[in-house]
Design a protein around this ligand. Structure first.
Ligand SMILES: [Cu+2]
Length: 113
């Protein structure tokens, strides 16, 4: 009974509205024009489930330009990139917060010479 009571309290605190992992900060940012970045770094509003959270980056032909899989740790996700040529790139991410809610998004950035 004691365990059941504690679980009910925890569930009551985890409000669905405030527990989703929203993308708060990204580098490169959406729409940014910049020299070739070495990595993409995403910062979220909530802690992530690393096994179910990932980010990929693709060039204009759709080819994956990540140097290995992304790494989720705490409320951040990072993806090391291959050397990027000038052009448009698309970042696609999905995140599952520790409350199991899923969010996702995509955006572009532009690498300039
Ligand atoms: Cu949530």
């Amino acid at each position: 009974m004691r365990r059941l009571g504690l679980a009910a309290v925890v569930a009551g605190l985890a409000s669905p509205a405030m527990a989703h992992a929203f993308l708060e900060k990204a580098s490169p940012a959406a729409g940014e024009n910049l020299r070739a970045p070495a990595r993409v770094e995403l910062h979220f509003s909530e802690l992530l489930e690393p096994s179910f959270s990932a980010v990929t980056v693709a060039d204009e032909s759709g080819a994956d330009v990540g140097a290995g899989p992304s790494v989720a740790s705490g409320d951040d996700m990072t993806l090391a990139l291959k050397p990027l040529k000038p052009g448009r790139y698309r970042v696609t991410w999905h995140a599952v917060s520790v409350d199991t809610h899923r969010t996702e998004g995509k955006y572009n950035f532009l690498v300039v010479p």
